[in-house]
Design a protein around this ligand. Structure first.
Ligand code: NAP
Ligand code: G4F
Length: 363
């Protein structure tokens, strides 16, 4: 029988990949979008018009909109991916972050209950390795104690616990995927990986002089988002509702990510100096291409994330290293090189066209 899924945050990186994945599996896919003055639907533009793909307005801060969409769609599966997902931004908008990332989860769970879907609807909650925060052990697994270290992480911790509470109190099939960082060519441009790949592409094509970053020594377990959405689905197909750590089991620093990204555009970077004085220098020309700016430091920073995906491998049969770290960086750099080249070409066309119009060469 055809299943129906509802994805909150379908316009985001993960939402767009998950929508494609579920459509391929034959699902009827519904996604929630938010009203904004400029519609940003770039990641799902190619899906609009697909007969089994439907969009609804809803906001995680607005219970009524959630009740309406859940009551109307009556989904078999809900993937709650919507969130204010930027850790640094959560220090600037902590209350908004709590409303969406913490209370928003409760609103979804209550809407499912109030719509009478407790027995039929399975719920996936997008939890995060940020819960480990100021880490108490490495690598981190499902039993590692949490120590959230940002307003974002504290809000997500509430989401994690309320999901567990509803599972135990009401016997609901709701689970958290504790996902470590996952990136892609669709990653938001202010997350560190995408900021680096876009800057490397712009610098290589003469469109940017320098890249400013924060903590270069921070360590992350970076995977490919397209591989991770499969796991979200597997978690909901499991016999029992359980929480899983999803990670690659490999760790790299921001500095290493930078070196590899620049290597792919033909620039070998050498780092020298320490702290705020550290610089990334082009070995061939001696030009300083990367500098540290304290603007990108956080009041508290999570610096040692490294996941142990053994349970997901064993119980879900998931392969954490389908796309290697090296392949991930290459996919992102190749996509940004193409994006910058297209931007340059269209600028060129616009400039020439203006000149031709002025000279009357074209009318
Ligand atoms: P993302 O690209 O920032 O997407 C977030 C989505 O949430 C967007 O569609 C956004 O809509 C929507 N959203 C934000 N506030 C909302 C609100 N008040 N009501 C309804 N929708 C709202 O994030 P992502 O990287 O795909 O991550 C997906 C989820 O996984 C998030 O919950 C994130 O916290 C979590 N997570 C991500 C990672 C990672 O490494 N990517 C790791 C662990 C957990 P707009 O397009 O309108 O802004
Ligand atoms: O790319 P980031 O901003 O990702 P962060 O903070 O790890 O959060 C992401 O992953 C979480 C999973 O662990 C998700 F829950 C969350 O939603 C989000 O998707 O920063 C990564 C690291 C940090 O330690 C940061 O301090 O990179 C460091 N960094 C260094 N320079 C920078 C920069 N981060 C950003 N965004 N920008 C910089 O210039």
């Amino acid at each position: 029988m055809q299943k129906t899924a509802l994805i909150t945050g379908v316009t985001g990186q993960d939402g767009s990949f998950l929508a494609e994945f579920l459509l391929d599996k034959g699902y009827d896919v519904h996604g929630t979008i938010r009203r904004s003055s400029v519609d940003f639907r770039e990641r799902i533009a190619h899906l609009e018009g697909t007969p089994r793909f439907h969009l609804h307005y809803a906001d995680l801060g607005d219970s009524m909109s959630l009740m309406q969409v859940i009551g109307k769609v009556r989904p078999d599966e809900i993937y709650n991916l919507a969130a204010q997902s930027h850790v640094q931004v959560s220090f600037d908008v902590p209350e908004f972050t709590a409303n969406v990332d913490a209370t928003g989860v409760l609103r979804i769970l209550e809407a499912v209950r109030l719509c009478g879907l407790t027995r039929t609807c399975r719920i996936y909650q997008a939890s995060t390795s940020e819960l480990y925060g100021k880490v108490e052990e490495v690598p981190q697994n499902e039993k590692t104690p949490f120590h959230p270290y940002s307003p974002y992480a504290v809000a997500k911790l509430y989401g994690y616990w309320i999901v567990k509470e509803y599972r135990e109190a009401y016997d609901m099939f709701c689970c958290s995927g504790i996902l470590f960082n996952h990136e892609s060519e669709r990653r938001g441009e202010t997350f560190v990986t995408r900021k680096i790949t876009l800057a490397a592409a712009r610098i290589a094509q003469g469109k940017q002089e320098k890249l400013y970053l924060g903590n270069l020594s921070s360590l992350r377990d970076w995977g490919y988002a397209k591989d991770y959405v499969e796991c979200m689905w597997l978690i909901l197909q499991n016999e029992k509702p359980e929480d899983f750590v999803i990670a690659t089991g490999e760790q790299h620093s921001v500095r290493e990510f930078c070196q590899l990204a620049f290597h792919h555009v033909g620039i070998e970077l050498e780092f020298s100096g320490e702290g705020e004085n550290e610089k990334g220098i082009d070995k061939a020309t001696g030009r300083v291409l990367v500098e540290v700016s304290p603007d990108f430091y956080r009041p508290t920073d999570v610096v040692n994330l490294w996941g142990d995906p053994s349970k997901a491998k064993r119980e879900l049969g998931w392969n954490p290293t389908k796309t290697s770290f090296q392949e991930l960086v290459k996919i992102m750099v190749d996509a940004d090189m193409a994006k910058v080249a297209v931007e340059k070409a269209s600028e060129h066309i616009r400039t020439n066209l203006a000149e031709y119009l002025e000279k009357g060469i074209v009318k």
